[in-house]
Design a protein around this ligand. Structure first.
Ligand SMILES: [Zn+2]
Ligand SMILES: [Zn+2]
Length: 397
């Protein structure tokens, strides 16, 4: 997988599209059956780190924290920080958790290890950024594409906002650990990748507003998506090859965001809907649904909604043409639902306990979360919001 770093530097790094692309600062990506056991201690030693602080929660402490602690005990001082869940039972990247984690990181820690999935990585990358020290990623589930990016979606004052912090110095992922992750987390990773179908189309739309666009970055994200779709059977069966493919796709998508310093190719209307629903769940003290599950369901619905927009005459030729070119080729929602079901993920908002009024509210307001031009924004701008109930009625709303 170190090839992947040079691949990215040689392709996106050499891209002449005119937009700024940052060279990767990630030193090492190790993905394999014993990547953590075999490669992490040597890496820590070679980097001369003196005091490692492992950050995990109750569950990932059991899955990875204990093992990391004993594995690294001989190489440096090792501390362990356990993140606590909120009253609803979730660890969230909110002010309370972030400040507590910052306080708990020992003053002389010179590297952090994020042992967990997406949220733990967001908390750790924020802490590493604030403390001015590097962090190492040790994912415990292939559930999101954010492991290798620098953006940390945080909950501040109840609002989800993504701030640019820092990417990991290195990533070590044990395929056996990832394979043993709950099916719903694997499906969530697949759902986050399924979201690229609509996010890539929305990135095309953003060109109407002259937002930065890079064909090479779009191509690499598309390649990651295609890799994931072509290995669907293996992902569903949790084979070593399937989970490696899924994780590679997620890592690739994250690296693209990192080099662009924004998340446009990987996050469009489907992500804004997901973020909105997450904020509402927090507000109502409800348990969170996995990010990729919401993104997957939103992409399944938006693919149909967006495609139907291409048949509308909105009285603006330029917008109409761009929508047709971006959305006409989107796969049918039913097809995407079939894929998602195949890997064991939810396909309808009903399954996520999101009812029609809440979804309607999200469709009307989620686009305000980010100043990005998307189909979601166009629908609101031109009064084209669909009757959401038809999607609920068909079991996929
Ligand atoms: Zn995502
Ligand atoms: Zn470019």
């Amino acid at each position: 997988m170190n090839d992947l770093i040079s691949y990215m530097n040689n392709t996106l790094g050499a891209c002449q599209c005119g937009a700024v692309h940052f060279p990767l600062t990630i030193e090492k990506i190790a993905l394999g059956e014993h990547a953590v056991d075999q490669e992490l201690p040597a890496y820590i030693k070679a980097s001369s780190f003196q005091h490692i602080a492992i950050i995990c929660d109750e569950t990932t402490g059991r899955i990875a924290g204990n093992r990391l602690e004993s594995l690294l005990a001989g190489t440096a001082n090792v501390s362990r920080i356990k993140l606590e869940a909120n009253p609803a039972g979730d660890v969230t990247a909110d002010e309370r958790t972030l400040v507590k984690a910052l306080i708990d990181v020992p003053i002389d820690a010179d590297v952090l290890i994020a042992a967990g999935a997406g949220t733990i990585h967001d908390i750790v990358r924020f802490c590493a950024f604030q403390r001015g020290i590097p962090f190492i990623s040790v994912p415990t589930a292939p559930s999101v594409d954010g492991f290798t990016s620098a953006g940390a979606p945080l909950i501040v004052n109840g609002t989800k906002q993504t701030i640019q912090t820092k990417a990991p110095l290195a990533l070590f992922a044990d395929i056996e650990v990832l394979r043993n992750a709950p099916q719903k987390m694997i499906a969530a990773g697949f759902g986050d990748m399924l979201g690229k179908i609509t996010s890539l189309a929305d990135w095309e739309i953003s060109r109407l507003r002259d937002e930065p666009y890079c064909p090479t970055a779009a191509g690499i994200t598309r390649k990651a998506l295609d890799q994931c779709l072509s290995r669907m059977d293996d992902i569903s069966a949790k084979t070593c090859e399937g989970i490696t493919s899924l994780m590679e796709s997620l890592i690739l998508s994250g690296l693209v965001m990192l080099m662009l310093d924004h998340s446009r190719p990987a996050s469009g209307g489907e992500h804004h809907l997901s973020h909105y629903l997450e904020m509402k769940a927090l507000e109502n003290h409800k348990r969170q649904v996995l990010h990729g599950a919401k993104v997957g369901c939103a992409a399944i619905m938006l693919a149909d909604v967006y495609r139907s927009l291409t048949e509308r005459d909105i009285g603006d030729e330029r917008v109409g043409n761009t929508m047709r070119s971006a959305y006409e080729q989107l796969p049918a929602g039913e097809k995407m639902a079939e894929w998602m079901r195949h890997v064991g993920g939810p396909v309808s908002f009903k399954e996520l306990d999101v009812d029609a009024p809440l979804l309607e509210e999200a469709m009307a307001h989620a686009h305000n979360l980010r100043d990005r031009y998307t189909g979601l924004k166009i629908m609101n701008q031109y009064g084209l919001l669909p009757d959401i109930r038809q999607y609920v009625k068909h079991g996929r709303g």
